[in-house]
Design a protein around this ligand. Structure first.
Ligand code: LRH
Ligand code: MN
Ligand code: MN
Length: 424
């Protein structure tokens, strides 16, 4: 489905007067809104290929239909999101789910939609048809060298495919661990994993990064071999300067102080990027900001402060990716909501009065520090995010426009009602 410029223009002109009133009010309330808007225009968030289809619930999978059936249609869907919000400018692929047959055609399609390739993801957490060894007892950690070798080679193949496409990073997430005490020698599992990662690291091109994603748990687990930021940082430090930790917000034990983790990883120059999502209980991959928007803001507060202190470029020095998907919402609507929530948290963090906060911290003025953060969080900055979109040629209210022009209905017409996206 093609979204035409005139459709965006007529949608925007209908909302313009109201938007301008709200924007003028904010410009009066918040210092330097111009600088915030510029940063928002530059900011881009990577969309995971695996989030475009409907996930399953306990009761079954209830697809809304019209899902992308192949990588080309996934790119088209992300192109559509990007056209609507001008902030979803890249795609993160998962191999083998997204292996491209015709690399040149895929590259051309991505360029045609104004997109780029974000980090490539390897998959050694599912046995694939026809593979020689099973990952029943782990992949890069496995006691058997042959299994480790197979998993290493898969990662090297993912790098190869990523190089052809023009990606610049590999994300490694492992479901390696153990189910019962005594099953694993922790140190052997760590050493095996490290050696395997070293072989993968050796295959990285000079301008590539590898992100080591951690996760505290999987169902049935007793131990996880990359279970927390400490272990991930240990691997990343031992591997070398091209290795970084990736923070998926859903991968922590309940109530973890993620903003503090982010702050320290940044300080060490080892924060690679994010998988944004939200959750109440586990790795639920729910819409970013849908449950804990204050936490999302506090994370961005650390990012803005820490990146500025290190002279890092906000839009390009970290990997900003979503790892969310939904099973009772339209996946495209869900992604529009996630991007909006991330942009809003970023805008709020940019609006914090840094000097005043520093002074409050130096003076141990706890109440003032809290007031400053909550002032930023409780000011409605949505008009700034909308203004950034307007200036970038996108829609003032993407979700509204998505519904008005009946995108899902059109996708069902062209792709059918019963569709299964490749992936999870
Ligand atoms: C694991 C994870 C990881 C995978 C993705 C599908 O829970 O977060 O990033 O690659 O989900
Ligand atoms: Mn993830
Ligand atoms: Mn996850």
């Amino acid at each position: 489905m093609i979204l035409e410029n005139y459709q965006i223009a007529s949608h925007n002109s209908e909302l313009l007067a109201k938007h301008q009133r709200r924007l003028a009010f904010i410009a009066d309330e918040v210092a330097d809104t111009e600088a915030i808007i510029q940063k928002l225009i530059n900011f881009q968030i990577g969309i995971p290929s695996w989030a475009l289809g409907t996930g399953g619930t306990r009761f079954g999978r209830f697809s809304s239909g019209g899902e992308p059936r192949n990588i080309e249609e996934k790119i088209e869907d992300i192109g559509l999101l990007h056209k609507l919000n001008a902030a979803s400018g890249s795609i993160s692929l998962h191999i083998p789910w997204d292996t491209a047959d015709d690399v040149q055609a895929i590259k051309a399609l991505v360029a045609q939609h104004g997109l780029s390739f974000d980090a490539m993801n390897s998959n050694t957490f599912q046995d694939q048809a026809g593979q020689a060894h099973s990952y029943k007892f782990g992949s890069l950690q496995h006691v058997n060298k042959g299994v480790r070798k197979q998993a290493i080679e898969h990662n090297i193949e993912v790098i190869r495919q990523g190089v052809e496409l023009g990606s610049k990073a590999l994300t490694v997430w492992l479901a390696d661990g153990s189910c019962f005490p005594g099953q694993l020698n922790f140190r052997t599992a760590f050493q095996n994993t490290l050696e395997s990662l070293q072989e993968i690291y050796a295959a990285l091109p000079a301008d590539w990064k590898v992100f080591v994603e951690y996760k505290a748990f999987e169902p049935n687990f007793y131990s996880t071999t990359v279970g927390d930021w400490g272990q991930s940082l240990l691997y990343a430090s031992k591997l070398g300067p091209k290795a970084y930790t990736l923070v998926d917000l859903g991968h922590h034990l309940p109530n973890a102080n993620i903003e503090q983790i982010v702050s320290l990883l940044l300080m060490e120059g080892k924060l690679g990027g994010f998988h944004f999502n939200d959750s109440k209980y586990g790795d639920d991959d729910l819409t970013a900001g849908s449950l804990k928007p204050y936490q999302l803001f506090l994370i961005f507060n650390e990012l803005v402060e820490g990146m500025d202190a290190r002279n890092m470029k906000h839009h390009s020095d970290l990997g900003w990716m979503i790892d969310a998907s939904h099973n009772v919402k339209d996946p495209l609507e869900d992604l529009l909501q996630s991007v909006e929530a991330i942009m809003l948290a970023y805008a709020q963090a940019l609006s914090v009065d840094r000097k005043a906060l520093e002074q409050a911290q130096e003076a141990n003025d706890v109440a003032r520090a809290q007031e400053l953060l909550q002032q930023a969080f409780r000011t409605d900055l949505r008009p700034l995010v909308a203004e950034a979109r307007l200036r970038a040629g996108a829609a003032l209210a993407p979700l509204e426009l998505f519904r008005k022009i009946k995108v899902r209905e059109e996708l069902i017409k062209s792709r059918g009602l019963k569709t299964v996206a490749t992936g999870l």
